[in-house]
Write a protein that binds this ligand. Structure first.
Ligand SMILES: [Zn+2]
Length: 413
């Protein structure tokens, strides 16, 4: 079983400067290697289509570039010794950290060209600005790097950290990453205990040991026992504070130094909101996992829900597409962070030995759980009134009860 622990690092001034310098150099190297990859495509590929519908095979490179093989992880790693000769300051970075930078380029390109294990492709990788390159990784960390409240990172030396949770016996430290955040530096350790396998409980859900939850914006969830949790809306609560800071930032009379401080305050506020939300999600997920052994949830595609409305153009004019109204809804989706809650729920379930079962949510809001007749509703109808069996309950409650029935295999929609 693998776990990640994060600790606050307390580097001294020299170490802080060194970490910043490394991040800056790695960022430059990352951008250079990424550009190298893009350039190869630029110079060795042709978009012209020959009649058979295939791409024209190009045999020589366009422009003054010499024809060469597609740069990959091997060729880019092999270029590192030359880099250290041309730019000797790169010798200051620990070699494996530099190699890990090459690996990041490879990962980004693979996700762009081939996609992940499910074939879902990401967008074109971005060149990173200073604020977007914040982490470097030691891919082969050892247990003996840690001693008390200090960690010995190669080429950076002994760095103090707040050890609020010691690594337990039997855990092997795999990797160590240093991250720069809004409020300082953090150390993330990935640890593995090989004696504990990834626990997948082998239980059959029954009426008594299972629970279904219906996720939503008005209520974080409504479970099939009739309990619900209202959203905390951390972002909405801090919105006023955030707006005040952003107004200050927009004020052109302020100095550059003052603006830097305001920007830092904004970043810290966002960090606080994210942490409040995460803490709350963990608490709620833990409570749920303690209630039932099997939990049915809807298999929602939340990224699809918060997509922008499509724009339609007629006679050179854009039609009203309701995006301004949708924007408020999107903000609520982000504030609730349902996808994150599902992830945290799965994590807690694994820890506490419960099982999360995802169910296709199709039609679960449109049928009555009691008599299974169709009761059509729009999104704004919040109450379920069945004209056949006279059931009158909250719409989300109806969905969760029906979800449980579908999950247990009693009915299929
Ligand atoms: Zn009914």
């Amino acid at each position: 079983m693998k776990q990640a622990f994060q600790y606050k690092l307390l580097p001294n001034t020299n170490q802080r400067q060194e970490i910043d310098r490394w991040l800056d150099m790695l960022k430059a190297q990352y951008n250079y290697l990424l550009a190298d990859r893009f350039n190869w495509w630029q110079y060795n590929r042709s978009d012209c289509v020959i009649p058979q519908g295939e791409f024209c095979q190009i045999a020589c490179s366009v422009g003054s570039q010499v024809l060469r093989n597609n740069p990959d992880w091997h060729s880019q790693s092999a270029s590192l010794p030359q880099l250290k000769k041309d730019r000797p300051w790169y010798k200051d970075i620990y070699s494996q950290v530099l190699q890990d930078c090459v690996k990041r380029v490879k990962k980004a390109m693979n996700r762009y060209i081939q996609g992940d294990s499910k074939g879902k492709r990401s967008g074109r990788p971005r060149f990173k600005s200073k604020n977007r390159y914040r982490t470097f990784t030691y891919p082969q960390a050892k247990n003996d790097w840690l001693a008390g409240n200090r960690i010995k990172l190669p080429k950076l030396g002994l760095i103090k950290y707040i050890c609020h949770r010691p690594i337990q016996e039997g855990f092997q430290v795999k990797t160590a990453s240093v991250t720069k955040k809004a409020d300082g530096y953090y150390l993330t350790l990935i640890v593995e205990d090989k004696s504990v396998t990834d626990f997948q409980p082998d239980l059959v859900p029954t009426e008594d040991n299972s629970l279904a939850i219906d996720l939503g914006l008005e209520k974080l969830y409504f479970d099939s026992n009739g309990n619900y949790v209202l959203p905390q809306k951390h972002l909405r609560k801090s919105e006023e504070k955030l707006a005040k800071l952003q107004r200050k930032l927009a004020d052109t009379n302020r100095s550059r130094k003052a603006k830097k401080l305001i920007r830092r305050a904004i970043a810290k506020l966002h960090q606080k909101i994210a942490r409040q939300r995460e803490q709350w999600h963990h608490e709620e997920a833990k409570k749920l996992c303690q209630k039932a052994e099997a939990i049915f949830i809807e298999d929602l595609k939340i990224a699809n829900l918060r997509r922008k409305n499509k724009r339609k153009k007629v006679d050179n004019k854009y039609l009203e597409n309701g995006q301004s109204r949708k924007a408020g809804l999107n903000k609520s989706f982000s504030d609730c962070a349902l996808a994150k809650f599902v992830k945290i729920l799965e994590h807690q379930a694994q820890k506490l030995g419960s099982k999360i079962i995802k169910i296709n949510p199709k039609n679960t809001s449109q049928y009555c759980w009691n008599c299974l007749n169709k009761v059509p509703k729009s999104l704004s109808d919040r109450w379920h009134n069945c004209e056949y069996c006279h059931e009158s309950i909250d719409r989300d409650f109806n969905s969760s009860l029906l979800l449980k029935k579908v999950g247990l295999g009693v009915v299929s929609l």
